[in-house]
Design a binder for this molecule. Structure first.
Ligand SMILES: [Zn+2]
Ligand SMILES: [Zn+2]
Length: 338
């Protein structure tokens, strides 16, 4: 149970009771996420999480109980679901912007032995897990779905040079995805050499340590003076949001992917926007379609997410897991196994 900033406690709670249309799942694996770490360290995403609550949102498991009125799934099936389900009725949904649904339901509670999936989410955003992949891999469907949604909006094309700020799990998922989309050249930027090492192993063509090198200069050097076709910010800080704006070429695209704390403002150079025809965009979350696509890509190992799980720990040690993530840059995601 998360009670507040850095206040995570292991407690016994009742197994949720299953009503019509709902499904109870025995969690087999959950994966830690940068969003969870932000909430643990800063606790600010009040719109989507109410404390105290069971925590975590990336998970996969085995169906333990099926509420009345459902033909699918069946007990014992391997499934994943959530962490959101749009309503289909609001004006955003009716414009096809399911990720911006005004009545979105969110599901927390991955770091537990059981999780109950609400009826709407069973219909809209629960999938069977194909054989041959692990529960940890299936749990990574959620962040990959967000990344897919982002890079599709940013319209990454065959041969594009893509610069990505942040070599954490989200930045690395961007790297793996844009490479599959045909990016000609990928450049990863981070402060931490270990993280850049991960990026190199996963196929980054070039890496830049922003603590040791001037990032703008390096990117110009690597792109014949032009800048990247697409620059992606995968951290969520105003300084790196502003940095991303300086890394794209004329007519290029900047995808501000990492969520900043509420109230954050950034400076944009109007000349660059107008005379340089820079496209600047943000993307938030994802849609049920992208969850399905992400799971398929993981299942076929078109995008191999296995290297992202750098450690596995027991549910009882969840607090230790978050302390490790808070201090060590050598870990990407920790698989939490009940
Ligand atoms: Zn996540
Ligand atoms: Zn809606």
């Amino acid at each position: 149970m998360l009670y507040g900033v850095k206040d995570l406690r292991v407690e016994d709670v009742e197994v949720p009771e299953v009503k019509d249309g709902e499904v109870l799942v025995k969690v087999k694996a959950a994966t830690t996420c940068g969003t969870d770490l932000k909430i643990f360290q800063r606790g600010y995403v009040e719109k989507v999480i109410k404390l105290p609550t069971i925590f975590g949102h990336e998970w996969a498991g085995e169906v333990a109980e099926v509420g009345r009125g459902l033909e699918w799934p069946r007990k014992g099936m391997r499934v994943r679901a959530g962490n959101s389900a749009p309503c289909l009725h609001c004006s955003m949904c009716q414009r096809g912007k399911y990720n911006l649904c005004e009545n979105m339901i969110w599901l927390w509670g991955a770091y537990a032995e059981y999780i109950k999936v609400p009826a709407r989410m069973v219909l809209m955003n629960m999938q069977g897990i194909p054989d041959g992949i692990s529960y940890e891999e299936a749990a990574i469907t959620e962040p990959l779905a967000c990344v897919l949604h982002g890079v599709e909006q940013a319209n990454v094309k065959l041969g594009d040079t893509v610069a990505i700020i942040g070599a954490g799990p989200i930045g690395l998922l961007h790297l793996l995805t844009v490479k599959k989309m045909g990016a000609g050249r990928t450049i990863m930027i981070d402060l931490v050499d270990e993280r850049l090492g991960f990026a190199e192993k996963l196929g980054a063509d070039a890496t830049v340590n922003s603590g040791k090198e001037n990032v703008e200069t390096r990117i110009r050097e690597l792109t014949g003076g032009y800048g990247a076709d697409v620059a992606i910010e995968a951290i969520g800080l105003s300084a790196t949001w502003e940095q991303a704006l300086k890394l794209a070429r004329k007519g290029g695209t900047v995808l501000e992917f990492g969520g900043c704390p509420p109230g954050t403002e950034i400076k944009v150079n109007a000349e660059m926007l107008h005379y340089g025809e820079l496209t600047v965009m943000g993307t938030f979350h994802t849609t049920p379609l992208h969850f399905r696509k992400a799971l398929n890509l993981i299942a076929t190992r078109t995008i191999d997410v296995r290297p992202l799980v750098t450690r596995k720990m027991k549910l009882d040690n969840i607090k230790e897991a978050f302390e490790i993530l808070s201090t060590s840059k050598n870990e990407l995601k920790i698989g939490i196994l009940p």
